[in-house]
Write a protein of this length. Structure first.
Length: 283
């Protein structure tokens, strides 16, 4: 397998954009991150690694690692055709040691194993996720209240909820990171809320877009207000808004260990596409 390094995101997008798009929810995360780098080269800091593995001139795998975040991997061929050890060697030659890997399970697992075989990493499963796609909304029974775009005056509340959401999924972030996340999404209408009797009771956000899809995340309802249908309602309305705007489909990820979230999303039209596995690497 030939390994190719990319100096910039546009060059990588020219090579792997089409297969990432064709992979649906399996490739959406990598494609969304890559397109953000095209638009904002310093979005994730200065240390960005982009590598493709190719056979006969066609890409079979793509790795994207930003800063000290896990290496995101997407495959476009049978894993047996992918030289995972070649990818690890190329990253080590570039001075990059991944703290973890994330991707569709049939690709992330052999990639993590290659880090063990080549670099002696100890591999542990951090989280299993389900990747879902929605192409048509099944409207849920609407709870009291209404959907609307979040306003600038709600930034403080949404920052607190963003912190709480991150804690709920075991990926704690700083107050500054929460503020930056909200500040990035609010002006573009990417944060939406459900409001009841003048009180904001739930939120959801579009965190990435490709030319065909929108990815929904940051779905959060405070514990005292849960099990009232607010999360289902805000996600359904936000997803429908994106479809009405011309997107072909929406995606979202759920924790495989959370049966409640998996159930509410399938009820409104999200269908499972593949399983992701996030693995940590310790050296």
């Amino acid at each position: 397998m030939d390994v190719r390094h990319f100096a910039d995101a546009p060059a990588a997008l020219d090579v792997v954009g089409e297969p990432l798009g064709a992979a649906g929810a399996e490739g959406e995360l990598s494609l969304g991150l890559l397109r953000r780098l095209v638009d904002t080269p310093d979005a994730f800091g200065s240390e960005v690694t982009m590598i493709a593995g190719q056979r006969d001139g066609r890409p079979v795998v793509f790795v994207l690692m930003t800063g000290d975040h896990p290496a995101q991997v997407a495959g476009f061929a049978d894993p047996a055709e992918i030289g995972f050890g070649d990818l690890v060697a190329a990253m080590l030659d570039a001075g990059r040691r991944a703290p973890g890997v994330n991707g569709a399970r049939h690709i992330s697992e052999p990639f993590a194993q290659a880090w063990s075989d080549v670099a002696g990493a100890q591999v542990a499963v951090r989280r299993d996720l389900h990747a879902f796609e929605l192409r048509g909304v099944r409207p849920p029974a609407a709870p009291p209240g209404a959907f609307r775009r979040a306003g600038a005056g709600e930034a403080d509340l949404l920052e607190r909820w963003t912190l709480a959401f991150a804690e709920d999924i075991g990926e704690a972030i700083s107050q500054q990171e929460a503020a930056e996340t909200v500040a990035r999404m609010l002006p573009h209408g990417d944060l939406a809320v459900w409001e009841h009797d003048g009180e904001v009771v739930s939120m959801a956000a579009v965190v990435r877009r490709t030319p065909w899809s929108s990815s929904v995340a940051y779905v959060y309802t405070p514990p005292p207000l849960r099990r009232r249908g607010y999360a289902s309602a805000v996600v359904a309305e936000l997803s429908q808004r994106e479809l009405d705007a011309g997107q072909s489909w929406c995606s979202l990820f759920t924790d495989a260990a959370n049966p409640t979230s998996n159930h509410i999303y399938t009820e409104i039209g999200y269908e499972p596409r593949c399983d992701f596995r996030y693995l940590t690497l310790t050296f």
